[in-house]
Design a protein around this ligand. Structure first.
Ligand SMILES: [Zn+2]
Length: 92
């Protein structure tokens, strides 16, 4: 009646795959003036990026928030996507 327990038990698996730290509301409390932004697809300019994102949804059926959610983009992926679109549009 030998017991073989005790040496295989401790396994601490931390399944935390948070990549993007941008979900904090603390970001919005900083006193940063809104930067003017230009549409990715046309020459429209708006006083803030959020207004441009709304413009993109209305005029180009492009919802960047939905896309980054659908593709599970982290901060880096998000920036890469915007740079990619800009590069593609410039070549048209
Ligand atoms: Zn536009």
């Amino acid at each position: 009646m030998a017991s073989k327990e005790g040496w295989l038990e401790e396994e601490d698996v931390d399944d935390d795959d948070d990549v993007c730290l941008g979900d904090d509301d603390a970001w919005e409390e900083e006193d940063v003036p809104a930067q003017p932004a230009r549409c990715l697809f046309c020459r429209e300019e708006k006083p803030s990026a959020e207004e441009i994102f709304s413009h993109c949804v209305l005029h180009h059926s492009f919802d960047i928030h939905q896309m980054s959610h659908d593709w599970s983009l982290d901060c880096f992926g998000y920036i890469k996507m915007i740079n990619y679109i800009r590069a593609k549009i410039l070549k048209i």
